[in-house]
Design a protein around this ligand. Structure first.
Ligand code: IVH
Length: 682
């Protein structure tokens, strides 16, 4: 048993853990090359939380456990910026860019040989971040440039942002940059919102702004925001002389930058950069609507000064938005995994942002009505955030005389069931849980890589399995025999065996992947991981209360409600029970299900305080979790049992005041002995 930590040791350990966690955050979120598994990272966080629980003075603002804490706020407080957050003048064509350089030349003198830095212009939301003595202290939106909103708590949830600077540990440093959402995260967020009947965001910038300006920061935490810095206020006082130096300084402090900047010494070099980014912008994961050109030498910037709203030493070159006309040939209705009937415009092919586009989602009836899109119309299309094809508006002059407003048929095109529209939703849904289209989408999701990862079950096989009646639920995959498969199209002996062995192998998939495979509405891959690591077993999750779920990091009220609704549904429970019977991994304690079901700890909310004689607190907490308890860090009215070891802290007094059952360490061991004999003779 490790000896209890002295306060000096605890402080040193907490510092070391914070550093280690920050290093793994950088490896994972910035460098995209993690060194450790998720559960190892979670263990570091838990160890830090345990140290902080024993020594509450160590829970300082730079702790990763402070990323999501506290209750939602009523409103944002206003922040006055130390110096105005200016915007930039735009150049919309090469002529305007030339005029900008000509003017700069006039101010700088004909013979000056200034350098410029080119950076992609990110399409996000400008923010100012203040580090005080090296620790992140304040995050604010730009607002009107003079006064913004205090979004510190929300910014803290952005994992790629270090809570401490690497080197600078004294004074106040203000850095500025852009909060963005990557295209793939934007597309995934909108896909989930569409499935859930929620309005979709028009572009990544709106999604980033909507996610950052959330009063409940657990909602922000559930969105994948990123931040990239490009500016240091008062750089000269830090010994930085150039924009190039600013960017390297930021990187040396561990702050994320875009990393696509280039020093250019002539207009030709700048033109070359603009040309390169005219194509790169279509594949860059952050939506880029232009290039910012900045004077490199910070002292020289003074010579140019500013107009009332923008500096004269920088300009934003904006690429023209790509909009094309196309005729709508048809509006198709497809049925998604959750039964949402989604209308898609099928158009004449057009070239947009580097690809051929033929289809664009029209989302739902409200969107169709708002734009009044009809079959036969000629419409203007673009790619929202340069990624998702979208119908912008109808060219009314080209509308054929006989056209009629389009209404989504209130009947499922796949199974003929009458569709419904709930008053709170934008989506029309097929309510038939056995609808083959929903089943098809559900199976494809179930077998996908982030779920059960079953190789060999693709679109065609899934369709055949459903059409032949072999599969009526994902659980049926586990009773397929090679003989069942051999009768199907293009299924030889070998491939049939491959499929059944892939199905069988998937039983060992991690619990979070199984949860993701269930396709709980509004709960994606990240939520599945979060709830799996907290509840650790299907049983614990099934019995979770909605407000307990809603209180978890990164899970808001909507997701919590979806999760409880999922487990309240008989059809879903039937699938889960059949998966369990087939031997699919149901979480940490699946090996000891019976043990867990009958343990006195099952479903109990427990808190540990003080030192236990024969095991560390972490070990004790792990055993409790394995036996079905939910272990929390602090005592509240909802706590069922507090286990108090030697030298218990303030939690002990609180438990007494609240009249909560208190077990001594021995009593805890007595209770767990029959269920975990191998772990109590330590
Ligand atoms: S520099 C004083 N660099 O564009 C000028 N801005 O239109 C400070 N933006 O408010 C801005 N990427 O939100 C700069 N690489 C970049 C940028 C960038 C995006 C945004 C920023 C600014 C807006 C101005």
């Amino acid at each position: 048993m490790p000896a209890p930590l002295s306060s000096e040791e605890a402080s040193a350990r907490a510092e070391a853990l914070k550093k280690e966690i920050a290093r793994h955050d950088e490896l994972y979120y910035v460098l995209d090359s993690p060194e450790i598994e998720d559960h190892e990272y979670d263990a570091l966080l838990r160890e830090l939380a345990a140290v902080e629980a024993s020594f509450p003075e160590l829970l300082t603002p730079d702790s990763p456990n402070m990323r999501v804490r506290g209750a939602p706020r009523g409103e944002f407080t206003k922040v006055t910026h130390a110096s105005p957050m200016q915007s930039l003048d735009n150049a919309l064509d090469p002529g305007e860019l030339d005029a900008f350089f000509d003017r700069a030349r006039r101010f700088l003198g004909e013979n000056s040989d200034e350098c410029w830095v080119c950076e992609p212009k990110m399409d996000g939301l400008a923010v100012s971040l203040v580090y005080s003595d090296g620790v992140f202290e304040l995050g604010a939106t730009r607002g009107d440039g003079q006064t913004g909103e205090d979004v510190t708590q929300n910014i803290r949830t952005i994992r790629s942002l270090p809570l401490c600077l690497k080197r600078n540990r004294s004074g106040r440093v203000e850095v500025r940059g852009e909060v963005c959402m990557a295209r793939e995260d934007f597309a995934e967020l909108n896909r989930m919102r569409e499935e859930s009947g929620l309005p979709v965001f028009a572009n990544p910038r709106n999604a980033a702004a909507g996610s950052l300006r959330q009063l409940d920061h657990s909602v922000t935490a559930s969105r994948k925001l990123r931040v990239y810095l490009y500016h240091v206020n008062d750089a000269v006082s830090l010994g930085i002389a150039t924009q190039h130096g600013v960017l390297r300084w930021l990187e040396d402090e561990g702050l994320p930058t875009q990393g696509h900047d280039r020093l250019c010494r002539s207009r030709e070099e700048i033109a070359e950069y603009l040309g390169e980014w005219d194509t790169k912008r279509f594949t860059n994961s952050i939506n880029t609507d232009g290039v910012v050109v900045k004077l490199n030498d910070i002292a020289l910037r003074e010579k140019l000064g500013s107009t009332s709203h923008a500096p004269r030493w920088a300009i934003a070159f904006k690429y023209p938005p790509e909009e094309k006309r196309a005729r709508i040939l048809d509006i198709e209705i497809s049925v998604g995994r959750t039964g949402a009937l989604t209308p898609t415009a099928v158009m004449e092919p057009v070239q947009l942002s580097g690809t051929t586009v033929q289809r664009a989602s029209l989302h739902n009836q409200d969107e169709i009505d708002r734009k009044d899109v009809r079959i036969g119309d000629t419409v203007w299309v673009h790619k929202a955030g340069e990624i998702i094809p979208e119908v912008l508006r109808v060219d009314l002059q080209s509308r054929p005389d006989a056209s009629k407003p389009f209404k989504i048929p209130m009947i499922c095109p796949e199974c003929g069931t009458e569709a419904v529209r709930l008053p709170s939703e934008a989506a029309v849904r097929c309510p038939n849980k056995s609808c083959p289209a929903q089943l098809h989408e559900g199976i494809l999701h179930f077998v996908s890589r982030d779920c059960m990862d079953i190789n060999g079950v693709g679109d065609k096989l899934a369709r055949q399995l459903i059409d032949t009646g072999l599969v009526k639920s994902p659980a049926d995959l586990y009773s397929l025999s090679p003989e069942d498969l051999r009768g199907l199209d293009r299924m030889a002996e070998k491939s049939a065996l491959k499929v059944t062995s892939a199905v069988s192998g998937s039983k060992e998939r991690p619990f979070h992947a199984v949860l993701n495979a269930l396709g709980i509405r509004n709960a994606g891959k990240k939520t599945a991981r979060d709830i799996a690591s907290y509840f650790r077993s299907m049983d614990a999750l099934i019995h979770a209360e909605e407000d307990e779920l809603a209180n978890l990091d990164g899970i808001g009220p909507i997701v919590a409600a979806s999760i409880t609704a999922h487990f309240a549904d008989e059809h879903n429970m039937d699938t889960i029970n059949r998966l369990r019977a087939a031997g699919v991994n149901m979480g940490a304690d699946s090996a000891g299900d019976e043990r867990c079901a009958s343990s006195p700890l099952t479903g109990k909310k427990m808190v540990f305080t003080g030192e236990l004689p024969s095991m560390t607190r972490q070990e004790a907490e792990e055993i409790a979790r394995d036996l079905g308890a939910k272990v929390a860090g602090s005592v509240s009215g909802k706590t069922d049992i507090v286990v108090a070891g030697d030298n218990p802290g303030s939690k002990y007094n609180k438990a007494i005041n609240l009249g909560i059952t208190i077990w001594t360490a021995d009593e805890f061991l007595e209770h767990i002995k029959p269920f975990a004999p191998d772990r109590t003779n330590l």
